[in-house]
Each structure stands twice: as structure tokens, then as C-alpha cells.
Design a protein around this ligand. Structure first.
Ligand code: ATP
Ligand code: MG
Length: 203
């Protein structure tokens, strides 16, 4: 059977797409600013750190210099770290694990402050195009690092340096300062069904 329906649908689809395209083109034309971005990946769903590491891979693929600070990874192995280190990405890993592993708040605070000292020097290194502060939010929320000092260092970093912060419950002041904030929500997670963390997927 031949389709006798007039091609109104096609015409209106074409018009809609043309309008959409001209809106997007206009936005692209008027978007001129270039700056070092502050990106926050927060929320309780899976994907905050992996998105940050994906961006590191993207930057390194363009020949850019990237570095990562892992605030609560402890001594665990970590696939992305092993891979990215072979591509010139420097890592600092906080020497202790989660606070409920060490159960020593003073030692954790001291470890966080030590790591922050090195982080500060990276936040002053213009040659570094991208810096990831993985799980930084916990250091602030646990009271290990002072929010105002963190904000000051972020504001004073080299103007073209991109910075990604990950972690749940990001303080509002940091989100207000950020250029891009993504909240990843959990609809469900395999762990809740009793499935163990899987190598290559969760670490
Ligand atoms: P990922 O590193 O997989 O991107 P994430 O950074 O978003 O996860 P974190 O809270 O840092 O989330 O997760 C640490 C570990 O807990 C990861 O192994 C992750 O797979 C797992 N995880 C993430 N979200 C959940 C969740 N909603 N329930 C249980 N486990 C989770
Ligand atoms: Mg994470």
C-alpha cells in the first residue's frame, strides 16, 4: 500500500530541526569565553570518579598534562591509576583508607593535611592543564580540610587550569563556585543486591 499521507510531518520536522540548529549555532557563535573550568561530580549514584578519569583520558589524548589526587583510596589497587600512570599522569594517594577502617580521626586529619600541601603546589602549577581532586568533598565534610582555605586555593589557581572535584554531598559553596555541576543519582546499585565490587568496573 502506498503511503498517501502528506509529508506534513516531514516538513514540520525539517522546520523544527532548522530552528534547533540555528539556536545551537547562535549559542556556539556567542560562546567565546575560554577559562579553566571548575567541575563538580557529586550525588549518591555511581559514576562520579569514573567520569573524572574519563576526562583525564580525554585530556591526555589531546597531549595535555593531568594529575590526580585520590583522597580516600588508601592502598587499594585501582585500574585507572595503573593505566594513566603509564601515560604520564601523576597521582598522589592519601596513605590511609576510609575513616571507618583506620578509626583514627587525628591520623586521618594529618594525612589529609599532608596531601593538601602537595595539592596546593599543583594548584599553583600552570603547566598542569587538568587536576582531579577525587573524593575531596569527604575531607571537607569530615572537618579534615577547611572549606574556606580550599575555596581560596581554587580561586587563586592558574586561570587556564581545569579542576574536577568528586564526592558525595558537595558543600554548597563549592557548587556555587563551580562552572559545571553534575549530580549523579542512584536509581539502583548492584551492591544493594549483595553483589561484590567487581574488578575493572568498581575499581
Ligand atoms: P565510581 O568510582 O564507580 O565512578 P563513584 O565515584 O560515583 O563511583 P563513590 O561513592 O566514590 O562513587 O564509590 C566508591 C565505590 O562504591 C565504587 O566502587 C563504586 O562502584 C561504589 N558505588 C558507587 N555508587 C554506589 C551506590 N549507590 N551504592 C553502592 N556502591 C556504590
Ligand atoms: Mg568516587
Amino acid at each position: 500500500m502506498t503511503n498517501k499521507k502528506p509529508n506534513h510531518d516531514n516538513v514540520s520536522h525539517k522546520e523544527k530541526m532548522q530552528e534547533l540548529k540555528s539556536n545551537v549555532d547562535e549559542k556556539i557563535r556567542s560562546a567565546r569565553d575560554k577559562k579553566g573550568l571548575l567541575i563538580v561530580n557529586t550525588g549518591h549514584g555511581k559514576g562520579k570518579s569514573t567520569a573524572a578519569f574519563g576526562t583525564v583520558a580525554r585530556a591526555v589524548g589531546h597531549g595535555k598534562k593531568a594529575a590526580v589526587v585520590q583522597f580516600i583510596k588508601g592502598q587499594w589497587t585501582c585500574g585507572e591509576r595503573d593505566l594513566l600512570q603509564t601515560h604520564g599522569v601523576e597521582f598522589i594517594v592519601m596513605g590511609t583508607g576510609f575513616t571507618w577502617n583506620t578509626q583514627d580521626k587525628d591520623a586521618d586529619k594529618k594525612a589529609a593535611e599532608e596531601v593538601w600541601k602537595k595539592t596546593l603546589s599543583w594548584l599553583q602549577t600552570a603547566a598542569l592543564d587538568l587536576l582531579v581532586l577525587d573524593e575531596l568533598t569527604y575531607m571537607i565534610n569530615f572537618g579534615y580540610l577547611d572549606l574556606e582555605s580550599v575555596i581560596k586555593a581554587i580561586k587563586e589557581r592558574p586561570p587556564m587550569q581545569h579542576l574536577i572535584i568528586t564526592g558525595r554531598d558537595c558543600p554548597k559553596k563549592l557548587m556555587d563556585l563551580a562552572d559545571t555541576v553534575s549530580e549523579i543519582n542512584s536509581i539502583k546499585h548492584a551492591f544493594d543486591a549483595g553483589i561484590k565490587a567487581q574488578k575493572g568496573i568498581d575499581y
